[in-house]
Design a protein around this ligand. Sequence first.
Ligand SMILES: [Zn+2]
Length: 141
Amino acid sequence: MIPDRTLTDTAPATPTPTPTPPGTLLSRALRLRCVACGQEKPFTGMFRMEERCGSCGYRYEREPGYFMGSIYFNYMTTAAILIAGIFLLEDGVGLETRTVTIVLIAFAATFPLWFFRRARNLWIAFDHLISPPSSEDYGPR
Ligand SMILES: [Zn+2]
């Protein structure tokens, strides 16, 4: 005798969204892993990002324009380091203003490019904290 199949037998495996501790979210974001599961790498290049996680199916861009927040993260981090750099290099190390300016311009031109992926992942982690994902975030759009 063949048992009757139930709805759960044929339904695709959808991860149950559960709150993730902030430390875990931060760790996954900085290690450039999927913030939702920590398994996959969302980025396939310096600036190219997969649409969804290959492991858990989480859709990274929750809505159009979603990653605007990551631009603020990148800008704020760069500005904070620049301000700290001025005081550290001029007052702490004692470099001339001209040298400090050259160093910090070079930093300001390169750091945001390197930080781009981390800023996006940090934005996703921050968004997980304030708006935890639902099962809709794992399904097709
Ligand atoms: Zn994932």
